[in-house]
Design a protein around this ligand. Sequence first.
Ligand code: URA
Length: 190
Amino acid sequence: MSDSAGMDGLRVEACEKCADLVESRSRIVNGVGPDDADIVFVGEGPGANEDEQGEPFVGRSGDVLDDALDTHGLRRSDVRITNCVRCRPPENRDPSNEELANCRPYLDAELEAIAPDVVVALGKVPAQHLLERSVAVTNEAGTIETIDVGETRLDVLICVHPAATLYDRSQESTFENTIEKAATIVGAEG
Ligand code: URA
């Protein structure tokens, strides 16, 4: 088990590890969804909407994700949705390596406890963070790589970030195909 001191079950109730994020956040945004979900979606970190509402992927990216889940026979309430970092970075900048590392024990504890059939890395930051290598997301979307988190072996499916489909329509089919693949892995019907 990773060093996840400070967690209450799968929730982080208080954390002061990242000075900048303690300043920029309104609240800690924990993962949502069942603690025995077959799929865990991992995003980068909360944006303004998530920071306000205290739930991951509730803004425009969340709408894109929800639509794709629906199309492929998955329900938001049946999947787990979480982020690499649980506090909104200032001006939505990417989380720093230090911030990612500070939050990693919480993510690892969540993934280990849930032990899903597939972890979907939504975008470059989570893909690189989970796989610990450089990832060209557009080229590698739809591919699966196995990682070990503690004693738990997990399949990570690389996916473009839902927001990418909003500013680049050519990413839509890549995104949809990857969500379809995740749905197939867990036996959902589209
Ligand atoms: N983008 C992310 O990566 N995570 C969220 O929770 C929302 C948008």
